[in-house]
Design a binder for this molecule. Structure first.
Ligand code: GUN
Ligand code: FE
Length: 423
């Protein structure tokens, strides 16, 4: 099947720039980009379908590096800081996922909304029950999303209805991974929820599995000051939070660390040496009053930084929204620190949520931007009415799109060249 797509393409590049392909045509053959042309004679091109998106904006499918499938129902609802919020809202909600229909309905809703916002690749936590994790994989697989899903591991400091038996949960990891790891577009991710929820025995075992197999690892790190203090109490012999994960060989180039707000220079150095990926979640960090991660500092230090919505710490599944929030909180930080030049630009935030994230997930040869030979993962958005009648300069299009908070829903979304959503 050959598809011809026309519109205004915003094409993020590895060097944090964004190319505007205004009124271009992309020819997609069997899901892959075969040609990128400005001027073509339509009569001379062989295609089966023509999607003329006119003055709509077409971007690569966005990549969410950190979010929680079961928490979508709590988006915006809870309050308080991290540890009390987990106790008062999140664990209660995740406990309900032991009920099969509840888990299925909620998970379907999550993927429907995820795709409608233009996200085509996501790294996610399921609910901590084995069955809920399997349901997440089944529904992700049907949705066609490139889905990296982990069963959150929690064998201590967890309410009784959710707490896992260490040996049993290790068996569950092998059983789920056997069925779903690298099946179609799915990958199983090793997911010690955070240091506080895991015994040293569990961390040790998971570190061994991470070393022996080719898995991504995801966890939370240094999100909240009280959490950091608790980790110090729970691991008194280990010098800092980052070193807890390092002690158990959990820091690898395939490790995604969410939040990373309260890190000292030594910890930043460890993360740099281990070449881990940081998932910056600015919306969540506001909502849970956690703090502001120094995104520019980390990027300038050479760390791999991407973005995550962290729903329901975050209240919105849109990665355009997350990119906007990343820019906005960096402005607050720059004012607070009196470093007025040190802000994250819209172009950079857009690249973090597309091509850079694809590089970190080692899939940039396939997706992340529009290049010949790559798969066509894309989302089509309409600008606001007022911006449509304004003569925007090319370099204003991205911000017009990113700051269109009244409409975060895509008009159309493609994965592997297949139309998976349209409005
Ligand atoms: N730390 C441990 N679990 C969670 C969670 O579910 N959300 C966030 N934001 N932080 C966590
Ligand atoms: Fe999270």
């Amino acid at each position: 099947m050959r598809k011809l797509i026309k519109g205004i393409f915003l094409n993020p590049k590895s060097d944090y720039s964004v190319e505007v392909l205004n009124n271009y045509y992309l020819l997609i053959d069997n899901g892959k980009i075969e040609q990128i042309e400005k001027n073509i004679e339509i009569n001379e091109v062989a295609f089966d379908v023509f999607y003329d998106f006119g003055d709509r904006i077409i971007i690569p499918g966005m990549i969410d590096l950190h979010t929680h499938i079961p928490q979508f129902r709590a988006a915006g609802i809870g309050k308080g800081e991290l540890l009390e919020w987990l106790d008062n809202y999140i664990f209660l909600l995740e406990a309900k996922f032991s009920e099969k229909h509840f888990a299925e309905d909620s998970t379907k809703l999550f993927f429907k909304h995820l795709i409608s916002k233009g996200t085509t690749t996501a790294v996610m936590y399921s609910s901590p029950q084995k069955q809920a994790c399997e349901i997440a994989f089944e529904i992700a697989d049907e949705s066609q999303v490139r889905a990296y899903i982990g069963l959150p591991l929690m064998d201590r400091n967890t309410p009784e209805i959710l707490v896992q038996n260490t040996e049993q949960v290790i068996n569950d990891i092998f059983s789920i991974a056997k069925k779903w790891h690298k099946k179609n577009k799915c990958e199983f991710v090793l997911t010690p929820r955070f240091a506080l929820s895991c015994t040293e025995e569990l961390l040790q075992k998971v570190g061994e599995i991470a070393e022996s197999d080719d898995f991504f690892v995801q966890t939370h790190l240094a999100e909240n000051k009280k959490e950091v203090q608790e980790v110090k109490l729970q691991f008194p012999d280990i010098e800092n939070y980052t070193s807890v994960y390092d002690r158990y060989n959990l820091l690898t180039p395939k490790t995604l660390l969410a939040h990373c707000i309260f890190l000292n220079d030594e910890e930043i150095e460890i993360i740099n040496e281990r070449n881990c990926i940081i998932a910056h979640c600015p919306t969540s960090n506001k909502f849970l009053r956690s703090g502001i991660m120094r995104a520019n500092k980390y990027i300038n230090a050479g760390l791999k930084v991407g973005l995550g919505t962290d729903v329901a710490g975050g209240y919105c599944l849109s990665m355009l929204n997350e990119a906007m929030e990343a820019c906005e909180v960096s402005k607050l930080l720059s004012v607070q620190n009196e470093m007025h030049d040190d802000v994250l630009e819209a172009e950079s935030a857009f690249c973090l949520s597309t091509i850079k994230a694809a590089e970190f997930l080692e899939i940039s040869e396939e997706v992340g931007n529009f290049e010949i030979g790559k798969k066509f993962d894309a989302a089509v958005f309409e600008l606001s009415e007022v911006h449509k009648i304004t003569e925007l300069k090319e370099n204003e299009l991205l911000r017009a799109l990113m700051y269109n908070i009244d409409n975060r829903t895509a008009k159309a979304v493609f994965i592997d060249g297949n139309l998976v959503y349209h409005k």
